[in-house]
Design a protein around this ligand. Structure first.
Ligand code: FE2
Length: 301
């Protein structure tokens, strides 16, 4: 059987770029966020009818979720943690990791799409403009660096996407929930109960989340940043939790308090994407200084 290059591409990389997933999330929440200040909204994007995700989601995004929901089993997550959390892949400074992420080439248009560093700077600059704390600005700057997993050969479905607990029942509010029927964990009764392998209000730190850039980066930076920033980084794609209020029964009282920060961060993640390109060279000295306040010159990845 013959397959074309683009057919092979869609098998492992259905998204044109990782931002295609970010843009889809933005569209989903645009309507309910229409009251947000203009400073964090992309005014070009109209709220629209993305309610029935099965029918209106672009085919590439749908295929991406099909893979994500099919392959993110509990076994997969535990194996990825074993592989990546030893952090023996590289020693890099934070800015160096941002430059490494910038080498990610995808099918998006280089003339109109921003580079990865420009995306990060847009988020951090929006936070900075609003006069937030240094650690908040820094969380904005680095929150997506974990996408370097793609450069180490990880498929898109194991790098981006809404995250969710594994080893317990999937919330029906997770987008395109129907694809979980394809996940082998759907046939393991223990994983299909409300609490699954966890206990009531055990705290999210005890819960294995689906594997991706959030969880990976959390483990890279957890010794260096205040807890509020770590929550933002670790749970920023956990939309079922921070936007839909699901999985409350797994959260500790402390998680619930700290999710205030995850929610405060979310508009900057969703809506800070202005058309204007940040000037990387002009901003670099400020951010190198900010990074130096929290991080050593080299970090283990
Ligand atoms: Fe992200």
């Amino acid at each position: 059987m013959h397959t074309t290059k683009s057919e092979r591409g869609i098998q492992s990389s259905p998204l044109k770029s990782l931002e295609e997933w970010d843009d889809f999330v933005k569209t989903r929440y645009a309507e309910e966020d229409s009251g947000l200040p203009a400073s964090v909204r992309d005014t070009d994007k109209k709220p629209d009818q993305f309610r029935n995700y099965g029918e209106t989601t672009p085919p590439r995004v749908r295929e991406f979720y099909r893979q994500n929901h099919t392959y993110q089993t509990r076994d997969f997550v535990l194996a990825r943690k074993k592989r990546f959390l030893v952090k023996d892949r590289a020693q890099m400074g934070i800015w160096e990791a941002m430059e490494f992420l910038n080498t990610l080439v995808d099918d998006s248009d280089p003339d109109t799409e921003l580079t990865q560093i420009e995306h990060l700077l847009q988020t951090s600059e929006a936070i900075r403009r609003d006069g937030k704390s240094n650690w908040f600005i820094l969380a904005g700057l680095i929150h997506d660096i974990g996408k370097i997993l793609c450069l180490w050969g990880e498929p898109q479905w194991a790098v981006v996407g809404d995250t969710f607990p594994v080893g317990c029942a999937w919330s029906p509010k997770i987008v395109l929930h129907e694809y979980f029927a394809l996940n082998p964990d759907s046939r393991i009764p223990e994983y299909q109960s409300r609490l699954g392998v966890y206990s009531e209000h055990s705290g999210l730190d005890q819960v294995d989340m689906s594997w991706g850039h959030d969880e990976y980066l959390y483990h890279v930076v957890k010794d260096y940043l205040p807890e509020e920033a770590l929550y933002m980084i670790r749970y920023h794609s956990f939309y079922a939790g921070h936007r839909e209020g699901e999985y409350e029964y797994l959260m500790s009282r402390h998680d619930k308090e700290m999710f205030r920060w995850v929610r405060e961060f979310n508009p900057y993640d969703l809506y800070s994407k202005a058309k204007q390109r940040p000037n990387v060279e002009d901003l670099r000295p400020y951010y190198l200084d900010l990074i130096g306040k929290y991080f050593p010159p080299q970090v283990n990845w």
